[in-house]
Design a protein around this ligand. Structure first.
Ligand code: MN
Length: 205
């Protein structure tokens, strides 16, 4: 999880490694600004409010609605974690490897038969997420396999313990200003700003 060390036990909105205008023309300044400063911030605020509620209840010896709290925390904290991973696996076109290299390239070739086949499967997963959600390329350390996940909302269809290598937000709030309802066009644009150096770094961790 990405969080600033100085915020202690509360979450903070992580700073982007690039300017709001740096991903253009694939992601506009207005789209990225709203997505990061408003939408991601809302998940940070939501999770912190829950932490605050639970801290107070524990201090006062009162009960919280356990089911509602667990559900809301999974959603908001999941949203924070996924968005933090997303910003870090994006970078301006030309500032990163446009294809996987090294061990990640080998793993993709072994699992999918090649990079083009992987891109096709990942794009299909992203395009067919029902409602709001994410496409995730993840690594299962147990089997060594690469797995494509289709996460609904921020927390449904998650497999615990898998390491996310590359995530793509396909909520409408991620692309609607730039691409309207054309999710496929947004997915296509994503390949220009997907940072394979970061994905490889995650595999090596
Ligand atoms: Mn989002």
């Amino acid at each position: 999880m990405v969080e600033n060390a100085d915020v202690g036990r509360m979450l903070a909105l992580p700073k982007l490694r690039f300017g709001y205008d740096a991903l253009q023309p694939y992601m506009s300044e207005q789209q990225l600004t709203l997505h990061h400063a408003k939408h991601h911030q809302a998940y940070v605020n939501g999770a912190n409010a829950l932490f605050d509620t639970m801290d107070k209840a524990r201090k006062d010896g009162t009960d919280v609605d356990a089911k509602a709290a667990a559900k809301a925390l999974s959603f908001n904290l999941g949203g924070h974690v996924l968005h933090s991973l997303f910003w870090e696996n994006l970078s301006p076109a030309g500032k990163h490897s446009s294809e996987p290299a090294g061990d990640l390239a080998k793993a993709i070739a072994s699992e999918f038969g090649g990079f083009d086949r992987f891109k096709k499967e990942f794009a299909q997963a992203a395009a067919s997420v029902e409602g709001s959600g994410w496409a995730v390329l993840a690594h299962d350390r147990g089997t060594g396999r690469l797995i494509i996940l289709q996460v609904e909302k921020h927390n449904v269809n998650v497999v615990p313990g898998l390491r996310p290598l590359l995530v793509l937000d396909v909520w409408e709030h991620a692309y609607y200003l730039d691409y309207k309802n054309d999710r496929a066009k947004y997915i296509d644009a994503f390949w220009n700003i997907a940072d394979w150096d970061e994905a490889a770094r995650r595999l090596g961790e």
